[in-house]
Design a protein around this ligand. Sequence first.
Ligand code: BGC
Length: 346
Amino acid sequence: MSASSITRDTFGNTKDGKEVHRFTFTNKNKITIRVLDYGCIITDILVPDKNGEVKDVNLGFDDMEGYLTRSPYFGAVIGRVANRIAGGKFSLDGQDVQLPVNNGPNCLHGGVRGFDKVIWDTTVDGNRLILRYVSADNEECFPGEVTTTVSYQLSDDNVFSIEYTATTTKATPINLTNHAYFNLAGQGSSDLDGHVIQLLGDHYLPLDENTIPTGEVMAVEGTPMDLRKPVPLRERMKEVNGGLGFDHNFCVGDGGKLKFVARVEHMPSGRVMDVCTTEPGLQCYTSKNLKPTLGKGGVTYQQFSAFCLEAQHYPDSVHHSHFPNSILRPDELYQQTTTYKFGLKD
Ligand code: BGC
């Protein structure tokens, strides 16, 4: 990867008056990506279309007020545990742990104040921005002090890479992801018309009425969940979950090796996004729970107007011993690399 440049300015303040900084990555192909030290939030992703017209393809807010008061995790890093933990509780090494419950009966996205709602320390190292957060023992009732780093980098071949590491002082579940909401027609477009998705999951996880995996690992073959060949996204969403679209984990591999897992193309503009990850799961979420939300540039975002491809471990892994292990122990290093590449259709 060759150089992009990183600049820094002030974005706003938290409620308790802490300054929030914004870092801007630019590369030679007119791509601009902005991120905050609050929640490692990706605020903007500006990419050209086939005619060179640059648009922002990432939902977000113009100011901190939006992120502090009404964000459904736009652009943020999620931790300690992305997605739901059923009943907000689990047992680990004989200890029962009760977490805060913030989504029906479940604990969602790390609890009430997850990694998306804290300020991270930052270091710029060449063309990399490294963000670091130390989560105290018992924070959101999770065991162990966890030190997490997130490293963001934009290359001149348009790859935005996210590398995560974590260590802990006690055994604890860890499942990190980034929750960017995309619309390749440009943020603020009212639907996902014109998007074509390909997602290389042979299996997916069926869900119960609380959006918790039932434990089955089901083949996609012969079902609307089969996205292994490119299909129009909006039309396929209508066939899934009674028309509510995707909010499902696809099983995309054994984890460990960086591999291509998904591509979304927006036919009218020619914009293409490729996702590669080392994670075993990819949560495809087509914003069924997105309520009308006033976003960037005065646009009101609508239900079904964005998609998320969140690379992660399987949801609720703490309750399913046959899912890939999500427990990190003191002598171990958690590592993840996920990349989003922005390009144009051939
Ligand atoms: C989950 C959805 C949830 C959304 C916003 C996604 O990761 O899969 O169920 O509504 O995040 O919280």
